[in-house]
Design a protein around this ligand. Structure first.
Ligand SMILES: [Fe+2]
Ligand SMILES: [Fe+2]
Length: 246
């Protein structure tokens, strides 16, 4: 059994220094790794990223993250990534990483994702160049997630997690105004997850959403935005036996 701690949307700034560290220090007792589902900062400034890095530096469990839209706001995502990486965080964008947990190879594929909406209510690659680019950006992100998940299978991972900021399903958006669903996620991410295969999908971004959902292909989806889970992190259990029984 692998214990996966996860949280997103911690939105840290200078005034939140030290807020999460006491809880993160308990991670070795309850989890094998920590996933961060983006929106780690408020505006994506290096100053805010350094606050996040300080909360995570030297944690005795692996930390794997994707960035969120807020982490892009200052238009320095490379700088935010570098600051987090310097603190030992594995920051993923369209790639995967393998974590060894008690002899089990766990793969995490990460991509920020983007919007576009869900089947029957989604944006299409049609019309103005800006509209086409909007949808193509999401498609590229979903394609990268798909490839990363497949590569993790090729690397012999017994368990795989898809980590995104935007949601792959509408289930976990329940509570948000339906009018903004197209800005909260895309069905293309769920298609990538279902066709490549995964044991768990974790995302954030939907602060007023719902924790539990599922893709059409039966992959469990968890919205771990901190305003949804209302704690420092949640822990999910993954059983290798489930995979063997399939
Ligand atoms: Fe957020
Ligand atoms: Fe967000």
């Amino acid at each position: 059994m692998i214990r996966v701690a996860a949280v997103g949307d911690i939105h840290m700034g200078p005034d939140s220094r030290g807020l999460l560290r006491p809880a993160f220090d308990t991670l070795p007792d309850c989890a094998d790794l920590l996933l961060l589902a983006g929106d780690l900062t408020r505006h994506g400034t290096p100053e805010e990223a350094r606050v996040v890095a300080q909360e995570l530096r030297g944690l005795p469990v692996p930390v794997v993250a994707v960035l969120g839209n807020h982490d892009h706001h200052d238009e320095q995502p490379e700088k935010v990534t570098a600051i987090l990486q310097d603190a030992g965080v594995r920051v993923l964008e369209g790639e995967g990483t393998v974590v060894e947990c008690d002899g089990t190879r766990l793969g995490v594929a990460g991509a920020k994702g983007f919007g576009g909406g869900f089947v029957g209510r989604s944006a299409g690659e049609f019309g103005e160049p800006l509209m086409k680019e909007f949808v193509r950006y999401t498609r590229r992100s979903a394609d990268a997630l798909h490839t990363a998940l497949e590569e993790l299978a090729d690397k012999g991972c017994e368990l795989r997690i898809a980590l995104t900021h935007f949601s792959p399903v509408a289930d976990t958006l329940a509570g948000e105004p339906p009018e903004i669903y197209p800005f909260l996620g895309s069905y293309l991410l769920a298609e990538a997850i279902d066709t490549a295969g995964a044991d768990l999908s974790v995302h954030g971004h939907a602060h007023a959403g719902t924790e539990h959902g599922m893709t059409a292909g039966g992959v469990r989806v968890r919205n771990v935005a901190q305003p949804v889970i209302r704690r420092a992190f949640n822990v999910y259990q993954l059983h290798t036996a489930e995979l063997l029984a399939e």
